[in-house]
Design a protein around this ligand. Sequence first.
Ligand SMILES: NC(=O)c1ccc[n+]([C@@H]2O[C@H](COP(=O)([O-])OP(=O)(O)OC[C@H]3O[C@@H](n4cnc5c(N)ncnc54)[C@H](O)[C@@H]3O)[C@@H](O)[C@H]2O)c1
Ligand SMILES: [Zn+2]
Length: 306
Amino acid sequence: MGDVYFDNFVFSRYKHALVVTDPYIAELYGIAGDNVFLLPRGEQAKSFDNVAALCRWFLSKQLTPAGLVVAVGGGSVGDTVGFACSIFKRGIRLLHVPTTLIAMVDSAIGGKTAIDLDGVKNAVGSYFFNFDTLIDPDFLHTLDEEQLKSGAGEILKYRMLNKEIDNCVTNGENLQSVIAACVRFKQEICAEDPYCRGKRNALNFGHTIGHAMELALGLYHGCAVANGIYYETKLAASLGLCSKQYTSTWCGETEKSFSISPLTEKILDLTLQDKKNKEGSVAFALPTTFDLTYLPLDSLKELLLY
Ligand SMILES: NC(=O)c1ccc[n+]([C@@H]2O[C@H](COP(=O)([O-])OP(=O)(O)OC[C@H]3O[C@@H](n4cnc5c(N)ncnc54)[C@H](O)[C@@H]3O)[C@@H](O)[C@H]2O)c1
Ligand SMILES: [Zn+2]
């Protein structure tokens, strides 16, 4: 698993490397030059076409496994560049420089890469561990409120999984300490279960319904995850996996900070695409066990809609 460190990102230090970012970040932070490639902004970056364009650019720059690629951006840039680095010449060293809160606490940690295909989120991807992560919290100053809220959605997930992180937030510690606590926790879990065969599944809490809502409603990833957390906690309660007290505390906490959209049959139909699913049943990492629970779509609808 890669190292994670906090430092200022100084673009001029990376003249020897190939830097990939998006046009908005490039403009905001003065990232320009022959060694810079721009991906489209946001989720649009995560396509085979962009990975091909990136790999062609790597070829034109005669990149070899001795070189370094620096991905400066949110999860969309990180996921796309990570995937390209994992397949180009069978692996190129990568430095993740996350610029969104979500990327700092989540997507630039743990080595999952992915692109979307035919409307299916993260349909194609890899596990890739040949990377380090440089976190510069100064990037957070230019994020808008929705993006910060999106990061807070993943942090809410970590709070429910780890008491130390919850204490850090409730004690009002600064954002850098909260980020560091989330990173430590995710690093520990990923080191134990890098390929998501056991413990790491817990990090998918909120994501089965979250991904479906992200796709159906176009919500920011972390805001969709907060919605997923809300409904998956209710689901856990109806299966007797958590207490009434737990459910009302955490659903209340979620409603306080996020707007919760109504759940529909169409949204639940989309959970059939989840990668964790098995034999036609939809998989969930539910509180408080966080082992995977499998439910047929009909039972899911029964429990959550009617
Ligand atoms: N690989 C993983 O483990 C993992 C984990 C969580 C999320 N993800 C993926 O990450 C993606 C979401 O990432 P995201 O939420 O970081 O959004 P994003 O990368 O899609 O970026 C959203 C927008 O924020 C802008 N932006 C980025 N940094 C900025 C800054 N410092 N100031 C101002 N604007 C800035 C970008 O230009 C973009 O328009 C999703 O595709 C999700 O699936 C992956
Ligand atoms: Zn997530």
